[in-house]
Write a protein that binds this ligand. Structure first.
Ligand code: BG6
Ligand code: MG
Length: 221
């Protein structure tokens, strides 16, 4: 039985996945590192420092930076990202999300945000979405980043709901792996699938209708 919806933030509730990309691109250009949208797919859902490690690895420069230098670069990217999120408002919530959250309330489903971003609380505030969620699990509450299931299991625990009674919604491969490993039903939004396949693949958040999700979820049971 479906009892809760667990949402990723960046790329699901709002298009901050694009802002993360722009901030990494600015840093990479400054450092003379090669970085494009294709490479960016592997960074989605991955924490800040780990993301920088992936960029360095793709450039064959894993050992070219000391740990403090890597941390300084990741912090610089975060400054660029913070500049970009300053302009976010409730108009930046992706289509279909407000309606889905309202339907979830009507049907008395619980709702949670599972984001590894340390900026998640600020982004949710700017989008005026904080009040729509029963709980938020962000990087401050978990040790392991996606694809580890920890953040999804933390949401389920905080909601008091078993993982098998949850639908998780994600735009990244790392997130889909986390949802599936947690034992939740996985809905992918425009995911470039390079590993385990989501239970349900959608092209856009506009397709997120509660009746349709319920129908697919029940079919699995
Ligand atoms: C995830 C994003 O939600 O958060 C990643 O998909 C990002 O792109 C990660 O690297 C960490 O975010 P932040 O804001 O703490 O640097
Ligand atoms: Mg995401």
């Amino acid at each position: 039985m479906l009892k809760a919806l667990v949402f990723d933030l960046d790329g699901v509730l709002t298009d901050t996945a694009e802002l993360h990309y722009l901030a990494w691109k600015r840093l990479s250009d400054e450092l003379g590192l090669d970085f494009d949208r294709e490479q960016n797919e592997a960074l989605k859902g991955v924490g800040r420092l780990d993301s920088f490690e992936i960029i360095l690895k793709n450039n064959g420069k894993t050992h070219a930076y000391t740990q403090p230098q890597k941390e300084e670069c990741a912090a610089r990217k975060n400054e660029y990202y913070k500049e970009l999120i300053k302009t976010l408002t409730k108009d930046d919530v992706l289509p279909g999300i407000p309606e889905l959250l309202a339907e979830a309330r009507e049907k008395e489903l619980k709702t949670a945000v599972a984001s590894v971003s340390r900026n998640a609380p600020e982004v949710l505030e700017r989008l005026e979405l904080t009040k729509y969620f029963d709980t938020v699990a962000d990087a401050s509450k978990v040790k392991n980043s996606k694809p580890d299931p920890e953040i999804f299991l933390t949401c389920a625990e905080q909601l008091g709901v078993a993982p098998e009674n949850c639908i998780g919604i994600e735009d990244s491969q790392a997130g889909i792996e986390g949802i599936l490993s947690a034992g939740m039903y996985a809905v992918g939004i425009n995911v470039t699938v390079t590993g385990r396949t989501p239970d349900l693949c959608l092209c856009s958040t506009e397709e997120l209708k509660l009746d349709m999700l319920l129908e697919n979820f029940m079919r699995r049971e």
